[in-house]
Design a protein around this ligand. Structure first.
Ligand code: OAD
Length: 256
């Protein structure tokens, strides 16, 4: 795979790179996306029964057990070449900001520092009453596909009910994280959007903020998303192939 020399030149000159990732970046690690046909989680499970405050109120054990299953999948998974390419890039450019919609920790395990998690983290459940982060037991749960009913644990400080550490439909994003994401998107000179359908707001608006501020915007996705007219360049293919090649050619090869 060989990229356009003009694109590589634009990337090489970047001082401030911002990257927004979605579920597609973890697909090569075996973590299902949400909306891919047949394999996407929301193709098989009803988000209204699993990913809303009302669902947790109605059947907390179903919701907790489903998120424990997802946490188990992440614990068993390994970062892939795309996660590693981003971690490498953070050492090659003056500034790199990494924003993710993902609730896994594969970016961190690949070595990326300071990841901005817009939609929370599976590994950080917290008390719905006092918001204290709950310390999960060590080890990997062993659960069937889709999980099973498990009553949510109790907060050790106040006895309240512990909830998954993710943002649900109908909830706001963590405010400071969101503001940081808007700032980095507005000041970057290159914005790379990877492995997201760009259907969920406000995360999807970040690429438009970057474009409006004059950044070179690049989409990496094996499929079309509707962003094709909004971004400067669309690179079609799996992130695990495109990103390592892009980092290699733009930042690790001598300029031609
Ligand atoms: P989606 O499932 O909506 O989109 C995944 C995207 O990844 C699609 O555009 C795929 O084409 C692409 N894709 C699949 N395999 C890929 C690969 N190997 N490399 C690169 N891209 C690939 O997931 P998100 O856009 O992340 O919210 O979904 C956004 C939010 O919707 C999620 O954070 C989640 C969900 O409801 C919450 O949980 C709050």
């Amino acid at each position: 795979m060989q990229f356009d020399p003009a694109l590589l030149k634009g990337l090489r000159g970047a001082r401030h790179v911002a990257i927004l990732t979605g579920a597609g970046i973890s697909a090569d690690s075996g973590i299902p996306t949400f909306r891919d046909k047949l394999t996407g989680l929301w193709e098989q499970y009803d988000p209204s029964e699993l990913a809303t405050p009302a669902a947790f109120k109605h059947d907390g054990a179903l919701v907790w057990g489903w998120y424990e299953w997802r946490r188990m999948m992440v614990l068993r998974a390994q970062p892939n070449a795309a996660h590693r390419a981003i971690a490498t890039l953070s050492e090659l450019v003056p500034q790199l900001a990494l924003v993710t919609q993902n609730v896994d920790d594969l970016h961190e395990r690949a070595g990326s520092p300071g990841v901005l998690h817009l939609h929370g983290e599976l590994a950080r459940p917290y008390c719905e009453a006092c918001r204290n982060v709950y310390r999960l037991p060590e080890g990997i749960p062993d659960l069937p596909v889709g999980g099973k009913r498990i009553p949510p644990p109790q907060c050790v400080s106040c006895g309240g009910r512990v909830r998954p550490g993710v943002v649900w439909f109908g909830e706001g994003l963590p405010e400071l994280t969101w503001h940081a994401a808007v700032t980095v998107s507005s000041v970057c000179d290159v914005f790379i959007i990877v492995g997201t359908s760009a259907l969920v707001q406000p995360a999807a608006s970040l690429v438009h903020k970057a474009a409006a501020a004059g950044a070179l915007t690049i989409q990496v996705n094996p499929n079309t998303t509707g962003l094709e007219d909004a971004v400067s360049v669309s690179l079609r293919g799996p992130a695990g192939q495109i990103l390592p090649a892009l980092v290699q050619q733009a930042w690790c090869s001598p300029a031609r």
